[in-house]
Design a protein around this ligand. Sequence first.
Ligand SMILES: CC(C)(COP(=O)(O)OP(=O)(O)OC[C@H]1O[C@@H](n2cnc3c(N)ncnc32)[C@H](O)[C@@H]1OP(=O)(O)O)[C@@H](O)C(=O)NCCC(=O)NCCS
Length: 186
Amino acid sequence: MSEGAGGSVAVAEARVLGDRTLTEMTQILLPGHTNALGDAFGGQIAAWVDICAAVAAQRFCRGPVVTASMDQLHFLRPVRRGMVVVLQARVNQAWRTSMEVGVRVDAEDPATGQRQHCCSAYLTFVKLDARGRPVQVPALDPGSAPLAVRRQREAELRRNSRLELRALLQAHQARIEAEAATESPG
Ligand SMILES: CC(C)(COP(=O)(O)OP(=O)(O)OC[C@H]1O[C@@H](n2cnc3c(N)ncnc32)[C@H](O)[C@@H]1OP(=O)(O)O)[C@@H](O)C(=O)NCCC(=O)NCCS
């Protein structure tokens, strides 16, 4: 059970269908969202990606979540001022306390309705309990669609490489701290 933002109590399910996490968010790229060239400021797109993904993660686990990581963000083409930015997020896979959310960003020309893929990202969210500690999430049911099953398998590969990188960085940090402690004892 978890307390929702509105004070209501949600009952966590043991298994949740990936399709139930589908989240779509629409924005218009306004002048305040652009860089000096008049195209989308990358940090703004990253913020929208994070929000859209967080909603999908909360729909999945029905509780508070934090972003543990965001994989590389490749901007495939610029988004021009006035374009409609359409973000679509869904949970691809879940483990013990974490879940991977995939987000696709398209830019829609308001005059023609034509959409172009601008970037994609994968984020890992962790569900927290009331004391801020990681807590168990439901299992993901991908359903029977081949694409959802493929997303689930690919999420496993990405998780392995993320955790490998995390372990390397932690070991590196521990070495630096040990060296610093040796250099300035006391
Ligand atoms: C994310 C966080 C909760 C992890 O806490 P922790 O003490 O390292 O806990 P654990 O080692 O048990 O990891 C919890 C889960 O996160 C996963 N995780 C942690 N770091 C990760 C990373 N860099 N990439 C992918 N997964 C990660 C672990 O694999 C584990 O998942 P699992 O239980 O499904 O196997 C903690 O590092 C944190 O609070 N970070 C700051 C989050 C934040 O402020 N985000 C930005 C604003 S929302």
